[in-house]
Each structure stands twice: as structure tokens, then as C-alpha cells.
Design a protein around this ligand. Structure first.
Ligand code: ZN
Length: 123
């Protein structure tokens, strides 16, 4: 499983994707100035893709607020819920090849066995 190195988010916009050890407790972040998404390299495949979706949803949110002038953005919890809800749909429907069905099954099982704060992503 490899994450894409670069994600084109609009005709003239993209983010580089980098895996790294993030030491401040975050699992990932998006840097709008550097045009970079950083994902904790220690996460399993499904976790990395949920973090990637999470950070892309922050981009969607930012774009909607600034470009389309929406009045209100998504909360951190809404971003987290959307990302973790979207990934299984993308994997099981075959739209996303970076995570196998088995990896998705295992990840969901792991979440069920872990504490509720497993998905408390920080900004
Ligand atoms: Zn976030």
C-alpha cells in the first residue's frame, strides 16, 4: 500500500503527500502554505487513508469557505466522522485501491476493540 505522492485537488491546485513521524500527538495535518499533507507513517493502511481523507476534507472546507463563501465550516468532529465513514465506502465499492478489503475489515475490527477516543483526531 502506498499513498499517492501528489494529489490534484483542482485544475491548478495540488498537495504533495508525505509520510513522516509526527511527534506532537497528531496523526496528520495539512499545510496550506506549503501545499503539503503529512501523514503519520506508523498508521496502518486504512488509518493512513482515513487521515488523508480527513485532511482533504479540511481542504474542501477551506475552499468552500473562501472560494464559495459558505458561512460556516465543518467541525473537527464532522471532518473525522465524514472521513472514517467515506473510507469503507470507497474501499468496499472498489473506488479506492490503496486499501484492501481485508485491511479495511481488520481496521474496523481494531476500532471496535479500541477505546472511543481512537478517532479523536487533532487539527
Ligand atoms: Zn482535522
Amino acid at each position: 500500500m502506498t499513498l499517492p505522492k501528489k494529489i490534484q485537488v483542482a485544475a491548478d491546485k495540488w498537495f504533495m503527500v508525505r509520510e513522516d513521524k509526527i511527534e506532537d500527538g497528531k496523526l496528520g495535518f495539512i499545510d496550506f502554505e506549503k501545499k503539503e499533507i503529512v501523514i503519520d507513517e506508523r498508521q496502518p493502511a486504512a488509518g493512513k487513508y482515513i487521515i488523508l481523507l480527513h485532511e482533504l476534507l479540511h481542504f474542501v472546507d477551506e475552499q468552500n469557505l473562501s472560494y464559495f463563501c459558505y458561512k460556516r465550516g465543518l467541525t473537527e468532529k464532522q471532518v473525522t466522522y465524514l472521513a472514517s465513514g467515506l473510507l469503507p465506502i470507497l474501499v468496499y465499492s472498489g473506488l479506492l485501491k490503496g486499501v484492501t478489503r481485508k485491511q479495511m475489515d481488520d481496521f474496523i475490527q481494531q476500532i471496535k476493540l479500541s477505546s472511543e477516543d481512537f478517532f479523536e483526531f487533532k487539527d
